[in-house]
Ligand binder design. Structure first.
Ligand code: CTP
Length: 405
C-alpha cells in the first residue's frame, strides 16, 4: 500500500475542546499514511484527552511543558518549528485562536506556532455562538491574513446539543486536505503570477469617486493559495480592506482602473500566469474636478468615458507560453456570454460568477463558480469558501497550463 505521507514531519497541536477526541483519530490516520507526528498539547487539552493515548498512537512522547520536556531537558519550540513540514492545530479552541492571533505566548503550542517556518492548518472547534462571535471571526481573519489555512468547521449537531457551525471538520477530511497539500505544495513553484483584485475607484473630485461592491476576497484567496503552492505572486490590488502577509506575495496598491492597467501591463511580460480577478470600472469620469463640486439645485450631469480593458490588453500581448485567466460576472445568458468574453479577450480559461446564486459574488465569504476552458468544457462547482474556490481554480489551471518542471 502506498503511504501518501511517508517521510513527512507533522506537528499536531491539540487544544482544550471536546473535539480533542477526534484528534486521536486524525493522529492515527496521519501515522497510518506514514507521517512522523509530534503531538503538542495545551494544558487544557490534557483535560479532554490523555497524553498516554496520544503518545501510544504517535510512538513519541507528547510535549506540553514549556521548560522541561519528556526527557527532562529544555523544550525548544524553535527547533520544533524548524523540524516540521506542516503544523496542524486540530481542534483549535477560541482561546488558542485568540492567543495565536495576538502572540500571547504562554504555552509550548503557541510559542511553536509563532516560531514555525512551515505552513499551518487551523481547524477551529467550538459552540456555534462562540464561533460566530465577532471577536473570534476577527481572530480567524487575522490568522488567515498571516497565511495560515483555516479548515472551517462543519455544520451539524454540536456537543452542547445545539445545531450549527462549529463542529471540527472530520479527521478524514483533514487528512485528505493534508495529503492534497503535500501533493500540490510545489505545483506552482517557479511560476510567476500576476493577480488583479478588488474594486477600482474612479475619482469625480477630491472627495468623491465611482466604485463598486467588490471586496477583493476572491483575488486575495487566489494570491494566498498560489503562494502556498509555491508561486511568486504579484498582487495588483484596488482599494480593499483585505490583508495578506506571505513572503511569496508582493502587493502593489492602486486606486483607479488606469493605475491598475499601467501596473499590470508593466508586470505582464515576465509573468507565466495572470488572473484577472478585479472588478475594474468600465467607465471613468471624463473630467476630474480639482475642487470639490458644490451642492446646488441644478441637475448635475457626469460624463463618463470608457476605461481600457486590462484583460483584453494582456490577451493581445500574450505569448504562447503565458496563461491568462479572466472572470465573468453575468446576470443573463451566463454561459454564452462568458464564452464570448473568453474569446473576445483571448483568455485561456474563464471563471463564471453568478450573481443569481445566494451567497456567491461580491462581498461574501463564499462563491459558486463554473470554469470554462478553450475547448468549451464547463466544470460546475458547489457553493464553497473563497479559499476552496481558489484551490479549485488552481487545480483546473494546472490541467490546462504547461507548468515549469
Ligand atoms: N476586466 C479588465 N479590465 C476592465 C474590465 C474588465 O481586466 N477594464 C476583466 C475583469 O477583471 C474580468 C473580465 O475582464 O476578469 C471580465 O469582466 P466583466 O466586468 O465581467 O466584463 P466586461 O468586459 O466589463 O463586460 P460587461 O461588463 O459588459 O459584461
Amino acid at each position: 500500500m502506498e503511504h501518501k505521507l511517508q517521510g513527512k514531519k507533522i506537528i499536531l497541536g491539540i487544544t482544550g475542546s471536546i473535539a480533542a477526541y477526534k484528534a486521536a483519530i486524525l493522529l492515527r490516520l496521519l501515522v497510518k499514511e506514514g507521517a512522523e507526528v509530534q503531538v503538542l498539547i495545551t494544558p487544557a487539552g490534557k483535560e479532554f484527552i490523555t497524553p498516554v493515548t496520544l503518545s501510544a498512537l504517535s510512538g513519541k512522547p507528547v510535549e506540553s511543558e514549556f521548560f522541561v520536556n519528556s526527557n527532562g531537558s529544555w523544550n525548544s519550540h524553535v527547533d520544533l518549528g524548524i523540524w516540521a513540514d506542516l503544523m496542524i492545530i486540530a481542534p483549535c479552541s477560541a482561546n488558542t485562536l485568540g492567543k495565536m492571533a495576538n502572540a500571547i505566548a504562554d504555552n509550548l503550542l503557541i510559542t511553536t506556532y509563532l516560531s514555525a517556518k512551515c505552513p499551518v492548518f487551523i481547524a477551529p472547534a467550538m459552540d456555534l455562538d462562540m464561533y460566530a462571535h465577532p471577536a473570534n471571526q476577527r481572530n480567524i481573519d487575522i490568522l488567515r491574513s498571516y497565511g495560515n489555512r483555516i479548515i472551517e468547521p462543519a455544520s451539524g449537531e454540536l456537543a452542547s446539543g445545539l445545531y450549527g457551525k462549529g463542529r471540527m471538520e472530520e479527521p478524514e477530511v483533514i487528512l485528505a486536505k493534508t495529503v492534497e497539500f503535500f501533493e500540490t505544495k510545489q505545483a506552482y513553484s517557479g511560476v510567476k503570477a500576476l493577480i488583479t483584485a478588488g474594486p477600482t475607484y474612479e475619482a469625480i473630485d477630491p472627495v468623491r469617486f465611482i466604485g463598486n461592491y467588490s471586496s477583493g476576497k476572491m483575488g486575495y484567496a487566489l494570491a494566498h493559495e498560489l503562494a502556498l503552492q509555491g508561486a511568486e505572486v504579484y498582487l495588483v490590488s484596488g482599494p480593499s480592506s483585505q490583508t495578506i502577509n506571505h513572503p511569496n506575495i508582493r502587493r502593489i496598491d492602486v486606486t483607479s482602473a488606469d493605475d491598475m492597467f499601467r501596473e499590470s501591463v508593466q508586470l505582464f511580460p515576465s509573468m507565466d500566469l495572470s488572473i484577472m480577478a478585479a472588478a475594474v470600472a468600465d467607465f471613468t469620469p471624463e473630467v476630474q474636478h480639482n475642487q470639490k463640486i458644490k451642492s446646488g439645485n441644478d441637475i448635475l450631469t457626469l460624463k463618463l468615458k470608457p476605461t481600457r480593458d486590462i484583460a483584453a490588453e494582456l490577451g493581445q500581448l500574450k505569448n504562447s507560453e503565458q496563461f491568462l485567466v479572466g472572470f465573468a460576472l453575468e446576470t443573463e445568458n451566463e454561459l454564452e456570454n462568458a464564452q464570448k468574453k473568453m474569446e473576445k479577450k483571448n483568455l485561456d480559461l474563464i471563471v463564471l460568477n453568478s450573481l443569481n446564486v445566494p451567497g456567491a459574488g461580491f462581498n461574501t465569504d463564499t462563491n459558486q463558480v463554473k470554469i470554462i476552458d478553450r475547448n468549451n468544457n464547463v466544470i460546475s462547482f458547489e457553493l464553497k469558501s473563497k479559499q476552496e474556490v481558489a484551490a479549485d481554480i488552481l487545480s483546473q489551471i494546472r490541467k490546462s497550463m504547461i507548468l515549469p518542471t
